[in-house]
Design a protein around this ligand. Sequence first.
Ligand code: ATP
Length: 236
Amino acid sequence: VGPAVGLRLRGVRAGYGAVEVLRGIDLVVRRGAVTVLLGANGAGKSTVCAVIAGGLAPTAGAIELAGADVTALPAHRRVGHGLAFAPESRGVFPALTVTENLALALPRGVDASGGVAAVLDRFPALAARRRVAAGNLSGGEQQMLALAPMLLDPPRVLVADEPCLGLAPRISARVLELFAELAAAGTAVLVVEEKARHVLDLADEVAFLDLGRVAWSRAAGDVDRDTLADAYLTGA
Ligand code: ATP
């Protein structure tokens, strides 16, 4: 089963040239739970994601995946430690149909026709469009197409940077549901969001990014929504 902590950032500092954006980020994302990282526009949420992905090297601190220090590893080697991202636009081939895309995305060892049928069963919206080229799907449908196969082989850690941006409410609800299903299957899910309301009900833990640090983090049930509103006002 492996360690209970899927992803941990310890004292991570990073920025762009002389501008330091992250000033010592400490964050724990447990397996089996959805952690939501909130922060105002420009607080550094995308920078946190870039550092986790390996696209931006921290100047100090460490990143651990399932207990292994991956700080010095390039992006492609982190995938081997079970790290996945959403929206996963690279996962979709626009010229191929939904069925063809699913067949290609199935985890190794899963029977193609059985695996595709299993995914389509759980995603009626994709089933209805199984013969459509992925390039003709909406952004939300493409995201579902990229994420759905993960259910057959859940990643250890999934990082989603504003996954609901620009999605129709019905699709964004389905995407959030999928994160909860992945968490239930043991994935450590980190959802990074600017707007809190639609993700709070899904969250197990909430962390608030402000002034380059995690200002506070607590169980979602202990988050007072008025405090959150205040945090946004002072953080703006
Ligand atoms: P948003 O919701 O707008 O994406 P965010 O919380 O994700 O905000 P970041 O995108 O991480 O914030 O940006 C944090 C700060 O770093 C901002 O002040 C931004 O202007 C700056 N920044 C981001 N990317 C770069 C870059 N490539 N070069 C220089 N500065 C950058």
